[in-house]
Design a protein around this ligand. Structure first.
Ligand code: FEO
Length: 402
């Protein structure tokens, strides 16, 4: 491919040699509206070391960027911080082509790489292990379940640089490599969307990890994640955002998710919205006909209430509502109150099914599921307004008592 693609210098000894995926729009169910990057890093030490690789189709871009600073065959060590395919997909081919002296991963990483790709001979690293690169030294910290069992941080002492794999990253394709050169509003939105869709289920582990990083006393001047821009400023701010998201403290915000067949459930959603607003809640209403599940995940990150409604279709929840609730359940949002609702024509199972799904998500429901037959009349809509008011009232109490 020639050296069309160039490496970007990150610190005294480190170059970014990743790939930019401007076109990706679906990342295992998460809509990546603004693409992504797969970051890999080259450390120019006595032992030239590659940290992570890229998705398989981007191998040539990785090699081209490496070749802009060194002959790829001069790489002696490869460290795999994370075995998911977006970082390990090209590892086997890179090992074949580069023939490194040694390849390293966490203990769980060695197993994952063996099971995924049949890669043997990978050397295991544990938390606090160090690896001499000759003139430089890497230290490792296992970050199990952040967000895979194999996940690991690597820290380059001399450059005070933390390779944080998926943590502190975002799905954002950009020509800029550093967060301080990108609009803050874009960073805030993309970092929160990424957290909600990838890391939210592991919030308790994240709180512990942040404590561990603090206790470690590591002097971190650059955070180099595996997606999106690198942080060389506002490192405390992104870590504090993670702490805030991980705590999942309820806020005075309610989200109303619904879909509708003939607008009856929509009328109910809008009346519930009126009740929520009248009760003093901040409200976001999302039709799942026109919203994506990952946008709902973003909105739930700082919400205190989830109100979900669906018509009954063939004795079941409408497919879009089953989709979003299944997805949100997997993300394990905490500390939510809520309610279920929906219109129906004959049997009307859906509101109870929604209520059951909310119960599985440990959403504390303020009322029995609200059902309306056919088109809601004035009295029905009043009941919806009352439901919204009741959710808002309970939400205020919850927020007040923390
Ligand atoms: Fe970016 Fe968990 O892979």
């Amino acid at each position: 491919m020639g050296n069309v693609y160039k490496a970007v210098k990150v610190s005294e000894h480190v170059y970014w040699v990743g790939a930019i995926d401007w076109g990706i729009r679906d990342f295992h169910g998460y809509t990546t509206k603004h693409g992504s990057t797969y970051n890999a890093y080259l450390i120019l030490a006595d032992k030239i070391t590659l940290i992570d690789t890229v998705r398989a189709p981007f191998r040539e871009e990785l090699l081209s960027r490496i070749a802009s600073v060194v002959n790829p065959k001069d790489i002696e060590y490869i460290v795999s911080d994370h075995a998911e395919m977006d970082h390990s997909g090209s590892l086997s081919r890179i090992i074949e082509e580069v023939k490194p002296e040694k390849v390293f991963a966490s203990v769980m990483g060695t197993k994952a790489l063996k099971e995924h790709f049949g890669l043997g001979g990978i050397l295991p690293l544990k938390s606090a292990d160090t690896l001499s690169l000759g003139n430089l030294e890497l230290t490792f910290m296992e970050t199990r379940m952040l967000h895979w069992p194999d996940s690991m941080f690597s820290y380059l002492k001399e450059d005070r640089l933390l390779f944080s794999q998926d943590a502190f990253g975002m799905h954002l394709a950009s020509a800029e490599r550093f967060a301080d050169t990108i609009d803050t509003a874009v960073l805030d939105y993309e970092a929160a969307t990424y957290y909600a869709n990838i890391l939210m289920p592991y919030s308790p582990q994240i709180l512990k990890l942040l404590e561990d990083v603090k206790k470690s006393g590591l002097d971190i001047r650059i955070v180099a994640p595996d997606h999106g821009p690198l942080w060389r400023r506002k490192i405390n701010a992104i870590m504090e955002s993670y702490a805030q998201w991980a705590r999942q403290s309820p806020s005075n915000k309610a989200i109303v998710l619904y879909d509708t067949m003939w607008h009856s459930t929509e009328l109910m959603a809008r009346a519930i919205e009126e009740g929520l607003v009248a009760g003093g809640a901040r409200v976001k209403v999302m039709s799942m006909h026109s919203s994506h599940r990952s946008d709902a995940a973003y909105e739930i990150l700082d919400a205190g209430a989830l109100v979900a409604g669906s018509p009954t279709l063939n004795n079941n929840i409408f497919p879009t509502m089953a989709d979003v609730l299944t997805y949100l359940k997997g993300l394990r949002p905490q500390n939510l109150i809520g309610a279920a609702f929906g219109s129906y024509g004959w049997s009307g199972e859906s509101p109870q099914q929604i209520g059951d799904m909310l119960a599985e998500m440990k959403v504390n429901q303020v009322a029995e599921p609200l059902k309306v037959k056919y088109v809601p009349d004035g009295d029905d809509l009043k009941r919806c307004v009352v439901l919204g008011r009741n959710v808002a009232k309970k939400l205020k109490e919850v927020v007040k008592h923390g």
